[in-house]
Design a binder for this molecule. Structure first.
Ligand SMILES: CCCCCCCC/C=C\CCCCCCCC(=O)N[C@@H](CO)[C@H](O)/C=C/CCCCCCCCCCCCC
Ligand SMILES: [Ca+2]
Ligand SMILES: [Zn+2]
Length: 266
């Protein structure tokens, strides 16, 4: 009988960190614990982006709720290394990317046959359903396909940054790129250079990936939310602020809507 998809180690991927070293219940301890970053950043971004979400769409909160879900599924996956955990982790990433695209993908790049953001969202939804079904076909390639979507995000980012004159946003885009570069280097290195890391007894790069990709998403989201707000809610006064030190450029960035007189707030 084939092993159950819920069985421990039924996933075909085993990350570099040694298994069951710190607990008999948790396969990869640091890879599991590092997902706390998703559970912290998700609710915090929901709180910080509430004024923007009220003005633009409450679906923005959906992205961060799914972000928390990624963290929870990733905890389950690294605790068990089960095939079911792997699929939950990857499918939740797919859906948060799709929701992100349907909210923030700039209208100027919509294909010609699409006439509104609603139609675009429907097309993205259909692609998400088809991709979810396809993710069962060859699960080993899922993570690579998901990572390659980043190149399309980068392409759109570069096109928008070329038109941008706001130096804060340009800096934020550069920081986002650097964070992503560190994140993907950790992911690839953990995947392909594990023997080297084992030799120097440092097998924690996948947990670093969790933290850096979490920070990348917080940063790049602020850049796309800024572009989007310029197009979609031009009447609003936009400001990039940082948590917890509002007036510095250090911390977690978010898009704030500066209050204007005679405008209704939710
Ligand atoms: C118009 C653009 C909209 C942009 C929306 C971007 C929304 C991205 C949201 C969330 C992605 C979070 C991914 C976290 C993964 C955590 C779980 C994990 O580690 N899973 C691994 C197994 O444990 C698995 O192997 C990873 C698979 C690949 C994930 C690919 C993530 C792509 C993230 C894109 C980030 C944008 C970078 C932009 C660079 C400047
Ligand atoms: Ca392992
Ligand atoms: Zn992971």
């Amino acid at each position: 009988m084939p092993p159950s998809i819920f069985a421990r180690h039924s996933s075909e991927i085993d990350w570099c960190e040694a298994n069951y070293l710190h607990s008999e219940y948790v396969a990869e301890y640091y890879n599991t614990v590092s997902n706390i970053s998703f559970l912290l950043v998700g609710p915090l971004m929901m709180y910080l982006l509430h004024p923007y979400a009220c003005r633009r769409t409450l679906m923005v909160h959906g992205v961060w709720i799914l972000f928390i879900v990624i963290g929870l599924f990733s905890i389950y996956y690294h605790m068990t290394l089960s095939f079911f955990g792997q699929l939950l982790d990857e499918i939740s990433i797919l859906w948060v990317i799709c929701l992100g695209y349907s909210i923030w993908f700039p209208q100027t790049y919509f294909p010609r046959f699409i006439r509104s953001r609603g139609q675009f969202g429907l097309v993205v939804f259909i692609i998400a359903v088809i991709s979810t079904l396809m993710s069962f076909v060859k699960p080993t390639v899922n993570a690579y396909v998901l990572n390659s979507i980043t190149f399309h995000i980068l392409y759109v980012l570069v096109k928008e940054i070329r038109k941008c004159t706001n130096q804060d946003i340009i800096n934020l885009a550069i920081v986002s790129f650097c964070l992503w570069f560190v994140a993907i280097s950790c992911w690839l290195s953990d995947r392909f250079l594990c023997n080297f890391w084992k030799r120097i007894n440092f097998c924690y790069l996948h947990s670093f990936w969790h933290v850096f990709i979490c920070l990348t998403v917080g940063h790049v989201n602020t850049v796309f939310a800024f572009f989007d707000a310029q197009y979609e809610i031009p009447e609003c006064n936009l400001q990039v602020q940082y948590w917890p030190f509002k007036s510095t450029r250090f911390g977690l960035p978010y898009l704030a809507i500066a209050k204007k007189k005679n405008k209704k707030h939710c």
